[in-house]
Ligand binder design. Structure first.
Ligand code: ATP
Length: 295
């Protein structure tokens, strides 16, 4: 099962991209939808929310008035943290339950607004981050999602910046163009990258480099710090020895770990194996991996 994180700020086009990938055959886990599911009337999270912010934030049918709740929390880091602590554990529980129901050969897209904040960013095999200019995002939110300009600006300001999101990106998509172009990009990524990636991942043998054309709006990103964080999350000691445009080298300490366990850990961190060589999930960048065995 290949696990891909899909992130980006509000209005950047995550859901639109997820919908396009779903139409091609991806299994999408929609964390916005799970967050709604987590707060259905009288659920544990709903009870905590009502206890903290009062009955003003629920409607006649007892469901949450999301706009009223957003008003309460999006101006305050403390209130937002409290809301998150009520909802997030339940969302991750629901996501995990959904994941366990999927066929083993699935390509799973985690469509998640808080990818940066979540450790899911390090547990995926690769992350796609969508980016669009702020004025374009605001315009989309106003035209399609009934936001006022002010509310859209506020929401964008409350989220992590595009620069920070790039820290967890393996692939960056510039989604400033028309929606049809985004759908085309999703198709290219599916055919040229995700399907071959999944095949390699299942077979643990060959990686098929993309043969077709990929839009210049897609940037495969040689994100060495992210690769190292993924490896470390799996308990492997790794460090960057070089990260320039000419040379990219990561050293991984194999120590006296058994070959099978080592290969499994590499695979879990999204690295691909090709005839004994290790490759990053990103087919467009060459990263040299040095393996340090125990002396
Ligand atoms: P959220 O964080 O709320 O989930 P999102 O990143 O999922 O936001 P979308 O809902 O996909 O954002 O996009 C916001 C709006 O902009 C939607 O109405 C979507 O259809 C539209 N949109 C997305 N991409 C484009 C595009 N390239 N051109 C025009 N409209 C677009």
């Amino acid at each position: 099962m290949l696990q891909i994180g899909l992130g980006g700020g509000i209005g950047s086009g995550k859901s639109a991209c997820a919908a396009a990938l779903k139409a091609l055959g991806a299994q999408v886990i929609d964390y916005d939808q799970l967050a709604r599911q987590a707060v259905v009337p009288r659920s544990a999270a709903w009870q905590k929310i009502v206890a903290r912010w009062g009955k003003d934030i629920i409607g006649v049918d007892d469901s949450l008035n999301r706009a009223a709740l957003a008003e309460r929390v999006f101006n305050s880091a403390v209130e937002l943290a409290a809301l998150n602590s009520f909802i997030h554990p339940e969302v991750y529980r629901l996501a995990s339950a959904q994941l366990h129901q999927l066929p083993e050969n699935s390509i799973v897209i985690h469509d998640i607004p808080l990818l940066y904040e979540s450790d899911l960013a390090l547990r995926t095999h690769a992350n796609i981050i969508l980016q669009a200019e702020e004025n374009i995002r605001i315009q989309r939110l106003v035209e399609n999602r009934h936001f006022t300009v002010e509310a859209a600006q506020k929401r964008i300001a409350s989220q992590v910046s595009a620069e920070k999101l790039a820290e967890i990106a393996d692939v960056l998509i510039d989604n400033n163009a028309a929606a049809t172009e985004l759908a085309e990009i999703a198709g290219q990524l599916w055919r040229e990258w995700l399907l071959p990636f999944a095949k390699n991942w299942e077979n643990q043998e060959r990686f098929f480099a993309p043969r077709g054309k990929i839009s210049p709006r897609v940037r495969f990103f040689a994100n060495l710090p992210l690769i190292v964080r993924r490896l470390q999350k799996l308990g492997l000691a790794a460090q960057i020895l070089a990260d320039s445009s000419e040379e990219k080298v990561i050293q991984i300490e194999k120590g006296n770990m058994a070959d099978r366990d080592f290969c499994r850990a590499l695979r879990e961190s999204g690295l691909l194996l090709e005839r004994g060589e290790i490759k990053a999930a990103n087919p467009r960048c060459t990263v040299v991996f040095q393996i340090a065995e125990k002396k």
